[in-house]
Each structure stands twice: as structure tokens, then as C-alpha cells.
Design a protein. Structure first.
Length: 330
């Protein structure tokens, strides 16, 4: 009799445990779906009943939260924004630890004075959620700009070629001294609400709210008044397209190159219960004129076009020739 009682207890215990685990998995998937439904830039264009039903069915046999990841990724694909993504907890951990802790090379910011009169500086992609990395990136950029300003250059060149995106916050803070106004780039969400981004004295603003605070060890460069050339190519994407859009319509500035990549939308990270990130597209880029960049793959058009070529050396020479001509004629 005692054996029967023990067996019944064990069976009941594991049944309860299995149901609890199954329930927590369903809660996890449902939480992710609710974030998508509430925040997606395309939320008004989608059949959420079908997305919920399909995703919950796909994840119904999962025994662990990790086994639900493919279903969540499929749900993100159905949002039709080509930009939303899912990052598992282990990837998020590395992303948060930063470059040094994970043995990666830190983004190299190149700078030089070309022909003794044109100040050149690159703005590379930065793929880190580490605040220390952001501070180092901004301070390195400022130090190089300050050094170039001592030479009183005729004009400036910001090179965004090859910058496929990453974190907008440090990139925007870096180029802020080159912008001539506030409210030059932002996002437009599914309800049509526009929120512009701004930077002032070490703070990044989303609308009127300061969402990021940077620790500056370098003096912020004096506002740039000389002509500015923004170099872009087909790789220039995502956050780098925000930077490109910030210069659209600015006086004494030209965008030079090809159409950019066409990931002209803004993403927001949402942390799930296991530490994974749901990176969701919440709005399309809007420039200072109010123009919204909605078409995936179209990108931002340059003011001065450069023809594509397989000869990288010749292509770079063409970029510089067009850039020097623009600066010389201002």
C-alpha cells in the first residue's frame, strides 16, 4: 500500500512539474508575441490571430524555452520588416560584455589630413551593448576631430562606407558636432507618431527624454561650419543610415556614393525572461523634412552619385575626386 502511495505521489509530482514547465514555455512565447503585437511598425497590417496561432502551435512541443527560439524567429519573419531579430541569451551576454572581454578587435576610427587641407575621418559600425565601449568610441572620435581641427581644414569627410550598423547612440553622439540643427532624424511609428533624436552635453535624447548618458574624457569638438561630405555605399545600413539621413538637406553638406542598403528603420531591444533579446523594428526613419523612408532595400539616395566598379582603388579615387570638387566649390 505504501509503495502505491509513493508511486502515485511521484507520478503526480512529475505531472505537475511537466504542466508547470509547459505553462512557463507558453507564457514565454506569448510574452514575445505580445511585444511584437504592441510595438511592431507593421502591427496594423498583420493578422495577429494567425501569427499567435501558428507560433503557439510551432512551439507546443518544446520542452525547454530554448526550443521555442525557431518559432519566435519565424514569427519575427512574418512581421515583414526585414530588420527585426532575435538574440539568444549567450549572444546577448557577449554583446553586453563588449569587445575587450570577448577578445574582439575594437572598431578602428581612421583619420588623416588629405592633401594638407581635407579632414578625413571614418565612422565604423559598433556592435556592442557595453557602455564602456560606447564611451571609448565617442572619446576616440572626438580626440581625432579635435586634432584635425587644429589644422583648420578646408572641409570635412565622414566615411560611412562599410558601416552596416550597430548601436546608434554612440554613432550619433560622435557626429553631433557636424550637425547644424536639432530634430534632424528620428522614427515614425505605426500610429504615425514622430520622435526625433538629439544629443547635447553627453546626453542622447529620444524625444524630450534623455535615455543615454555618456562619460566624456575628451572635449566636445567645436561645431563644424566648413563643408561636410558624407561618403556612403551599398553596405551603409541600419544605424549608419540614420546618420546619413541626419545630413539630408543640411547646408554645405553632400552625400556622395551610391544608394545605401535600405534597412531604414529603427530597432528597440526587449529583454525576455531568460535574458534573450527580442530586437524589434518599431519605426521607420524620418529626416528633418519629415520624409519617411519606408521602402525596404531602396535606401537613401546620394546627392552626388558614384558608379559601381569592381576596382576598389579606382572607386576610392573617384570618391575622393568628387569629394574634393564639392569642397573646393563651396
Amino acid at each position: 500500500m505504501k509503495k502505491l502511495i509513493i508511486f502515485t505521489f511521484i507520478t503526480t509530482f512529475f505531472s505537475i512539474q511537466t504542466f508547470a514547465q509547459s505553462d512557463s514555455i507558453k507564457v514565454y512565447v506569448t510574452q514575445a508575441l505580445k511585444i511584437m503585437k504592441n510595438k511592431s511598425v507593421n502591427k496594423g497590417k498583420l493578422n495577429w490571430e494567425d501569427i499567435f496561432a501558428k507560433t503557439l502551435t510551432e512551439s507546443s512541443k518544446a520542452k525547454t524555452i530554448k526550443e521555442t527560439y525557431p518559432a519566435i524567429k519565424n514569427a519575427l519573419s512574418s512581421l515583414n520588416d526585414s530588420h527585426s531579430n532575435f538574440y539568444p541569451e549567450n549572444v546577448v551576454k557577449a554583446y553586453t560584455l563588449g569587445y575587450k572581454a570577448t577578445g574582439q578587435e575594437f572598431p578602428v576610427i581612421k583619420s588623416e589630413l588629405l592633401e594638407n587641407q581635407y579632414a578625413y575621418i571614418s565612422l565604423p559600425d559598433i556592435g556592442s551593448f557595453n557602455k564602456g565601449d560606447w564611451n571609448l568610441y565617442i572619446n576616440t572620435f572626438y580626440a581625432k576631430v579635435n586634432d584635425l581641427q587644429k589644422h583648420n581644414p578646408k572641409g570635412w569627410i565622414i566615411d560611412l562606407r562599410g558601416n552596416f550598423g550597430g548601436m546608434l547612440y554612440p554613432m550619433y553622439a560622435a557626429i553631433a558636432p557636424f550637425l547644424d540643427n536639432k530634430n534632424v532624424v528620428g522614427t515614425k511609428d505605426a500610429e504615425g507618431k514622430i520622435e526625433y533624436y538629439n544629443y547635447k552635453k553627453g546626453r542622447f535624447y529620444e524625444g524630450s527624454t534623455a535615455t543615454q548618458l555618456f562619460q566624456l574624457t575628451q572635449k566636445e569638438p567645436k561645431p563644424i561650419k566648413k563643408p561636410v561630405a558624407i561618403l556612403v555605399n551599398k553596405v551603409t545600413g541600419s544605424s549608419a543610415e540614420f546618420i546619413t539621413a541626419a545630413f539630408v538637406g543640411q547646408k554645405n553638406t553632400k552625400i556622395i556614393g551610391t544608394n545605401t542598403q535600405g534597412l531604414t528603420s529603427g530597432n528597440q531591444e526587449y529583454k525576455l525572461s531568460d535574458g534573450s533579446f527580442l530586437v524589434l523594428t518599431i519605426g521607420n526613419i524620418v529626416d528633418r523634412t519629415g520624409k519617411e523612408y519606408t521602402k525596404i532595400g531602396e535606401g537613401i539616395s546620394p546627392d552626388i552619385s558614384i558608379e559601381k566598379s569592381t576596382d576598389e582603388v579606382k572607386t576610392n579615387e573617384t570618391y575622393l575626386k568628387k569629394t574634393f570638387e564639392f569642397i573646393d566649390n563651396k
